[in-house]
Design a protein around this ligand. Structure first.
Ligand code: MRU
Length: 347
């Protein structure tokens, strides 16, 4: 398989790689309406912060196609309603809201006709997708430069999937891994399985196998042990939302990995595009944390693993405090969390 693009515009519809089917099957899911796109995001057929932003942007294009009138004000009201539906799919990744807002701004463009405005919206969604690939490649290069200079061949640990599948292509944290591999600086990547939905086992491992990147799969409980045994040189993870002070929400379990990395003096990097920084919030305490259905906890595959009568808690993300983060790798370079706000200001 060549490059992996999880969200592809196809004439008048979108093809999504169905990430709920990997690695057992590689299937494309056809999305024809904005409502189908909202369902695909909610059910995680497409997932990962930048990827759901791109998917939502194309969801707005599909929503625009659904309007057949010629009145600009009612077209814009219709788009606002589509945006509201898409915004309600997943609360944590800010890229979703960022992309929808960018599409709504694009809808303010002065065009001769509604049809021309629809074309402009499609061009904007396509720009969001292609910019994301370029952004991830830049993150990969900056990350590569920031990795420890010794040993020559690094052993990196990652959590969840922040790869091509989680972006428009290439990946953020896994983009850094990919760049290290292509630069001959990677010995292997350790992938946490990432309970409960197993994005590490199902998606990160799959992506690595596609590219021939040596990958060792770990149960989440094993990361600290591997660090204690001197098996990990650095950690690189993605992000769903970064507060201005550098506190970072990412997949549940990331915080434990950061604590373990600090205890073993191992650098802990967050790789994310600037669109993942929420400039409206100051600390991680303000980041909304998605809670998902308890079935993700009490069931593995089709088998129930817990007895009836217990209660469940299933937060999908946690917040790693800025003081545990060595550097935030963006398309503009690597920032210490304390310099993040200044860095954005200079952008
Ligand atoms: O629930 P998911 O699979 O959408 O969560 C994904 C993550 O937490 C990723 O690490 C994050 O979105 C970064 S993706 C480049």
């Amino acid at each position: 398989m060549g490059a992996i693009f999880p969200v592809i515009w196809h004439g008048d519809r979108v093809h999504l790689i169905d990430q709920t089917r990997l690695p057992a099957a590689y299937e494309l899911k056809e999305i024809r309406t904005s409502a189908e796109m909202a369902t695909a995001i909610r059910t995680m057929i497409v997932r990962g912060a930048p990827a759901i932003g791109v998917a939502a942007a194309f969801g707005m294009v599909l929503g625009a196609q659904e309007y057949s009138g010629s009145d600009r004000a009612s077209f814009l009201a219709h788009l606002e309603a589509v945006a509201t539906d898409l915004r309600q799919t997943r609360p944590t990744a800010v890229n979703l809201f960022w992309a929808i807002d960018r599409m709504l701004s694009a809808a303010q463009a002065e065009t001769a006709t509604i049809e021309a405005l629809k074309d402009h919206l499609l061009a904007t969604a396509q720009a969001i997708a292609s910019e994301d690939v370029a952004t991830c490649q830049a993150i990969g290069q900056h990350g590569l430069a920031a990795l420890p200079s010794t040993p020559e061949k690094l052993r990196l640990l990652t959590h969840c999937n922040a790869g091509a599948l989680a972006t428009a292509g290439y990946g953020t944290a896994l983009g850094v891994v990919r760049s290290a591999w292509r630069a001959n600086r990677l010995e292997r990547v350790y992938a946490d399985e990432t309970r409960p939905r197993l994005q590490g086992a199902k998606l990160t491992a799959w992506e690595c196998v596609q590219e021939g990147i040596p990958v060792t799969l770990l149960a989440d409980t094993m990361a600290a042990h591997c660090m204690q045994r001197g098996m990990i040189d650095a950690v690189v993870v993605g992000a769903d939302r970064i507060a201005l002070n550098g506190d970072t929400a990412n997949k549940i379990g990331t915080y434990s990995v950061a604590l373990a990395a600090q205890a073993h003096d191992i650098p802990f990097f967050v790789a994310a595009p600037l669109s993942t920084i929420d400039t409206k919030i100051h600390t991680g305490a303000e980041i909304p944390i998605e809670e998902r259905h308890p079935q993700e906890i009490y069931q593995v595959g089709f088998t129930r693993i817990a007895p009836a009568g217990v209660d469940f808690y299933n937060p999908a993300f946690d917040v790693t405090p800025a003081h545990l983060i060595t550097g935030i790798i963006t398309e503009l370079g690597v920032f210490a969390p304390a310099d993040l706000a200044r860095g954005i200001g200079a952008a």
